[in-house]
Design a protein around this ligand. Structure first.
Ligand SMILES: [Zn+2]
Length: 86
């Protein structure tokens, strides 16, 4: 099953470092971090705030919740919009 492979890859990627940095702006997350709605990046709260204000946030949120309803718990997101990437 390909999904197992994806999960393993994801777990590996998410192996916590002692000093967590935001995967989008590379600033220290200062102990508070969340996961992007657009992809699987671990991001800081200021990046999350920027996401929430993005016009595509609602569709990303909907795509994620639709995927979960379909039983896909590893939905990778719709992809980070170019204008949110630093
Ligand atoms: Zn950030």
């Amino acid at each position: 099953m390909t999904r197992v492979g994806n999960t393993e890859k994801k777990t590996y990627k998410k192996e916590w470092r002692n000093e967590m940095d935001c995967e989008r702006c590379f600033n220290s997350v200062n102990g508070i971090h969340t996961v992007s709605m657009f992809n699987t990046d671990t991001i800081c709260m200021s990046c999350k705030r920027r996401e929430r204000q993005h016009p595509d946030y609602e569709s990303a949120r909907k795509a994620e919740s639709d995927a979960v309803k379909m039983g896909d718990m590893n939905f990778p997101g719709i992809g980070c919009p170019k204008d949110l990437q630093c």
